[in-house]
Write a new protein. Structure first.
Ligand code: HT7
Ligand code: ZN
Length: 892
């Protein structure tokens, strides 16, 4: 497919200042009538009106009430062009669509008998012909007509202005959205739903109606989403002075959805996974995810909807900024909840959130940037925009915004945001517009900073320190280098904020005096702007241990030459919780990779005693919050470790991880059991970081004990599984049993299935757990056999994205050793599944296809086998542009 280039942007020749939409909803033949008021854009080159349309049938089209002359209208590959005269025109269009045949879940589709839409990025053109691009801002009026019995609830964006019965058992509702918006923010829902409602006042005293719409029977699972929405509203008022601008705000849960959720104006549509929660079906992590996704979509109302993107290359303008906002919100919420346990508990809860966010970045985004899909947070080209809702655009984009926040300070950042809204409210703008506001509000030149938007690749920062006893000074020399990425051989130096601390021999932070200033703080922000720079710290009586990039102050790989003793020292003393965790991860990574090398060479695997010692010290340090200890004692993700291997080789890596878990479980069995007993949570379940931290540490203890086959550990897991009253503990115990050689694991899986077979979201956990399972029992069959069998389970369906991600996604992404079995069976299965999925739902197929994009990093044996399957997929005719782009780039 041809590439679309950022440099090809041309403004719209015609603006649509109003759109009147009328839907006669029918599962197989929905008629959509639209009336567009078009106005010539004097600032753009003259051109015909360009309307996009895809997979829809044109029934009728008039211009100013008449049939257009045949030569005034032209069908194009992606729609219609209409030559218009004068300064304005009214176009009326009728189209027919078949929602029942729409398996892509983009445009108008059916889910469990209801009608739902998903229009970002280019789904609106699958509903009617329209200038379906984000800079076409239009006022919408929408009328919905549907069968009253099957679709008693009719929703769209904005305010409900009229509703009533119609003949033939049908009814209608008319909605008006007072704010101009691009078509990607349009939504409708016509279904049989019930709502949880709250009326609250905004900061300025306006009463607004909040609704969470779910299927009947799920109202008892809607409360947490509602609370999260109210908390989000308050936070945006307090933090950014941003208020809800509508009288009504709705969240709707749907079971079939390609992504997490969608910020349609006033009518957010959510994957039910990010709405529904009650203690016996949702884990602490589910609760946390719901809070952050509800917040994310709500925050888009300002960062995305009121100010939107000029074109899709600017996607990070709304996504990076909104992810940063949801991360800050969650950190504040967790910190606030934890405050009851004191200031240190609050700080620790925030640090744990930061660690979670960085884990995602380092695992998913670093890998993306090291592979054939590498792109800057603002890409220069794409073939299929749906492939660019990536970890780079979202997570690295959020890190870039975070760096602005760090460099400008909270107040400077807020001033920049205020200016952004004052200049651009109601507009579709670019990333430059945003950074310009930050620069202007702070009187700061951010030209060099803009390179973060255009350069792909994870920068490497190396550090070298030299202590001079005579001058009592310490010189830190930092260098930066960004490796080449596809299409970008050369990189320029970036602005990299590096938060630095220096630790004294007793483990306490030293006051920092940088030459030419005298602050004496213990963490100092330095700005690395050149390829190499030195910074001198003075008044130091000893050689310090540097603690760099505190809080992960920039999205870079920090290359440090630290020996084991120094890592153990920082594990024990670094006052920065993030860096303390990072020291533990670095040490664990070093140990695992050395064990993997031993496994590959057929040498015996022996875990260094010094590591076990450092690990024990951290684990048993009761001064540290349990949630933090659970983070620090969890080994780095397997996918991350594969990236860190010079040549990715899943089998020896898995052998190394198993050996290390067995050793840590067995050697520290007493410690794990003590921790398990000591951190029991009493009282009814509540979603709270203090309780969640205790549960996380106990689940981890069970996991290590079960891995090592410690009898008492397995008994405790079994007992916890038999008597749980919340899903976090139930699933934690089940996961421990499944990740063991214990024969009890199959019975536990069966019992869980019997109990939850009719609960789709819980069943997803059951699928994911088995697809990601390790073979602790050497006699067990390959996991692929189980995955194939589970595809036959009545609860599984390839038509539901959550099921596909849970079973197939977990197998391909979370189980590298089983996916990459030497017989190549995993790749044949992968190709079969990608091709089958692509015929129904290209977006889902493309996500699954991406599991093999980094294949060139693997061993020659693996590369040979994967290459054959990639070629097999490429050779199939009728491949979607989504999958074709991934395969072309992978093979490229
Ligand atoms: N802005 C939303 C993106 C989204 C999406 C994109 C492509 C295909 C389907 C989709 N569903 C939602 C989600 C968000 O970032 O808030
Ligand atoms: Zn978003």
């Amino acid at each position: 497919a041809p590439s679309i280039l950022r440099s090809d942007y041309v403004p719209l020749a015609w603006r649509i200042d109003h759109l009147d939409l009328h839907f006669n909803l029918d599962p197989v033949a929905t008629i959509v009538k639209s009336r567009l008021r078009c106005v010539r854009n004097a600032l753009a080159p003259a051109a015909p009106l360009r309307l996009f349309g895809e997979d829809i049938e044109l029934l009728d089209l008039t211009v100013n009430g008449a049939q257009p002359a045949p030569d005034a209208i032209r069908r194009t590959a992606d729609g219609i062009e209409i030559a218009l005269e004068g300064e304005s025109a009214e176009i009326e269009i009728a189209t027919r669509i078949d929602p029942s045949a729409n398996t892509t879940l983009s445009g108008l589709y059916l889910s469990r008998g209801g009608f739902f839409t998903q229009c970002e990025a280019e789904g609106f053109r699958r509903i009617t012909f329209f200038p379906d691009r984000p800079d076409a801002m239009t006022r919408f009026t929408v009328t919905l007509e549907a069968d009253t019995a099957t679709c008693p609830v009719l929703l769209s964006n904005g305010n409900l202005i009229e509703q009533g019965p119609l003949d033939g058992g049908r009814h209608y509702a008319r909605w008006e959205d007072p704010f101009p918006k691009p078509s990607y923010l349009f939504a409708l829902v016509a279904a049989n739903l019930v709502s949880l409602e709250r009326r609250v006042n905004t900061a300025s005293g306006r009463e607004v109606l909040l609704q969470v719409w779910v299927e009947d029977g799920n109202l008892d699972r809607a409360g947490h989403a509602m609370d999260s929405l109210i908390h989000s509203m308050r936070w945006d008022e307090e933090t950014f002075g941003l208020e809800l601008d509508l009288d009504r705000f709705m969240i709707v849960a749907v079971s079939d959805f390609n992504m997490g959720a969608m910020e349609n104006k006033g009518l957010n549509i959510f994957n039910s996974k990010y709405v529904l929660a009650k203690p016996d079906t949702a884990t602490d992590i589910d609760y946390e995810n719901i809070e952050s996704v509800v917040a994310h979509e709500y925050f888009h109302n300002w960062t995305g909807n009121r100010v939107t993107c000029r074109d899709w290359f600017q996607l990070t303008l709304k996504e990076g900024l909104t992810v940063f906002r949801d991360q800050q919100f969650s950190a504040d919420m967790l910190g606030r909840m934890a405050e009851a346990g004191g200031e240190a508990a609050a700080a620790s809860a925030r640090a744990v959130k930061r660690i979670d966010d960085v884990r995602v970045l380092r695992t998913a985004q670093f890998a993306e940037e090291a592979g054939p899909m590498a792109h800057p947070i603002r890409p220069d080209s794409y073939q299929e925009i749906n492939n660019f809702y990536t970890a780079t655009v979202y997570e690295k984009g959020a890190e870039v915004i975070r760096m602005l926040h760090t460099l400008l300070g909270a107040e400077g950042f807020r001033n920049g945001m205020d200016l952004y809204f004052s200049y651009h409210d109601g507009q579709a703008v670019t990333c430059d517009d945003f950074v310009d506001c930050m620069a202007e509000a702070n009187g700061r030149d951010l030209d060099q900073f803009m390179r973060w938007y255009g350069q792909a690749g994870t920068p490497r920062v190396t550090a070298q320190g030299r202590y001079d006893a005579e001058s009592r000074s310490y010189t830190l020399t930092l260098t930066q280098h960004t490796p080449p990425t596809p299409g970008q051989p050369e990189k320029l130096p970036l602005v990299i904020p590096v938060a630095v601390g220096l630790i004294g021999p007793d483990g306490a932070d030293l006051p920092l005096r940088l030459q030419a200033d005298n602050h004496g703080a213990t963490t100092k922000l330095i700005e690395l702007t050149e390829a190499e720079q030195s910074f001198q710290f003075t008044d130091l009586d000893f050689e310090p241990v540097p603690s760099l990039l505190r809080g992960f102050s920039a999205p870079v790989i920090l290359e440090l030459d630290e020996d084991d003793a120094r890592l153990a020292f920082r594990m024990a003393h670094d006052s920065d919780a993030f860096n303390r965790w990072d020291a533990a991860q670095r040490y664990a990574e070093r140990v695992v990779l050395a064990l993997a090398a031993d496994a590959a060479a057929g040498r015996p695997l022996a875990v260094p005693a010094a590591f076990v010692q450092a690990f024990r010290a951290l684990l048993t340090n009761d001064g540290l919050d349990p949630a933090f200890r659970a983070q620090a004692a969890a080994l780095p993700a397997e996918a991350y470790l594969l990236e860190r291997m010079a040549v990715a080789d899943p089998a020896p890596l898995r052998a190394a991880l198993m050996a290390l878990m067995r050793e840590l479980g067995g050697a520290l069995a007493e410690e794990w059991l003590t921790l398990y007993k000591k951190h029991e949570v009493s009282g009814p379940y509540r979603y709270h970081p203090a309780d969640a931290g205790r549960r996380a540490l106990r689940s981890l203890a069970l996991k290590y004990l079960a891995a090592a086959g410690v009898g008492e550990g397995l008994e405790r897991a079994q007992a916890q599984f038999e008597r749980f009253d919340n899903m976090t503990e139930g699933f934690g115990a089940l996961a421990a049993l499944v990740h063991s050689a214990s024969p009890a694991r199959e019975a536990a899986l069966d019992a869980f299935h019997r109990r939850y077979r009719d609960d789709a979201l819980v069943l997803d956990k059951w699928f994911a757990l088995q697809a990601g399972a390790w073979r602790w029992d050497a006699e067990a069959a390959p996991v692929l056999e189980r995955v194939r069998r589970l595809m036959e389970d009545p609860g599984f369906s390839t038509e539901n994205p959550n099921k596909v991600y849970a079973l197939l996604g977990s197998f391909f992404r979370a189980n590298p050793a089983e996916f990459h079995l030497p017989d190549g069976s995993g790749y044949v299965f992968w190709a079969e599944q990608v091709l089958a999925l692509d015929r129904r739902n290209p977006q889902v197929a493309s996500r699954i296809a991406r599991a093999l994009e980094s294949w060139r990093r693997f061993t020659p044996e693996i590369r040979d086998r994967v290459g054959v399957q990639l070629e097999r997929v490429r050779s199939v005719t009728g491949l979607s542009p989504d999958v074709a782009e991934i395969i072309d780039k992978a093979l490229g």
